[in-house]
Design a protein around this ligand. Structure first.
Ligand code: COA
Length: 157
C-alpha cells in the first residue's frame, strides 16, 4: 500500500526550509501532501488560496508532493487523505515543547497516526515565515530564504 504523509502548517508563506523538509519527506514516503491550514487565528498575511498557489509553484519540482488546503481538524483531514503519518520540521530545541504537545494531542485523538520529525538543513535552522515577512517589510534581501515566486509576491505587498 502507498505510504502517504501529511506535512501540515500555515505556510504563510512557504520558505526554503519548508521545501527542504518536503523534499526530505519524499525520501521516506511514496507521496507527501503539503497540507495548508486555513488557521484564521494566526491572521495570515496571504489568504489560503494564495498560500496554496505559492506552495504549488515552489514545490513544482518535487513530483511526489501535492498541496491541499484544509480547515478542519488535522487528524480528520489526514484520515480523508489516507495518510499514515504526519511530518513536522524541528529546527531547534525551542520547537520541541510545542511539537511534543501537538504530537501528543494528535495521538490521543488518532492513535494509529504517527508523527515523524525531520530536521532541516542547517542553512534553514533559524528561518521562520514571520522573520521572512519582517525582513521583506523593511526592504531586506530574502532571496536566500524563500523560493523566487514567494520573494516576488512579498515584494509587491
Ligand atoms: N523552515 C522554516 N520555517 C519553519 C519550518 C522550516 N522547516 N518549520 C516550521 N517553521 C516555522 C513556520 O514558518 C512558522 O513560523 P511563524 O510562526 O513565524 O510564521 C512556525 O515555524 C510554525 O509554523 P508551522 O510549521 O506553519 O505550524 P503552525 O504552528 O503554524 O501550524 C498546525 C500548526 C497547522 C499543524 C496546527 O495548528 C493544526 O494542526 N491545525 C489544524 C487544527 C487542529 O487539528 N488543531 C488541533 C491540533 S492538536
Amino acid at each position: 500500500m502507498k505510504k502517504i504523509a501529511l506535512y501540515p502548517g500555515t505556510f504563510d508563506p512557504i520558505t526554503l526550509g519548508h521545501v527542504d523538509i518536503a523534499q526530505r519527506a519524499t525520501q521516506l514516503f511514496d507521496e507527501v501532501i503539503v497540507a495548508i491550514a486555513a488557521n484564521p487565528s494566526k491572521q495570515p498575511l496571504f489568504d489560503l488560496d494564495n498560500r496554496i498557489a505559492l506552495a504549488e509553484s515552489a514545490l513544482a519540482g518535487l513530483p511526489r508532493v501535492r498541496v491541499c488546503g484544509f480547515s478542519n481538524l488535522l487528524i480528520q483531514f489526514a484520515q480523508t487523505q489516507h495518510a499514515c503519518c504526519i511530518v513536522r520540521g524541528l529546527r531547534a530545541v525551542t520547537d520541541f515543547d510545542y511539537e511534543f504537545q501537538l504530537a501528543g494531542m494528535n495521538r490521543q485523538l488518532a492513535p494509529d497516526l504517527e508523527t515523524v520529525f525531520l530536521t532541516p538543513s542547517s542553512d534553514y535552522a533559524y528561518l521562520s515565515s514571520s522573520l521572512v515577512k519582517e525582513i521583506a517589510a523593511h526592504g531586506g534581501d530574502i532571496s536566500a530564504f524563500v523560493p523566487n515566486n514567494v520573494a516576488r509576491a512579498l515584494a509587491v505587498l
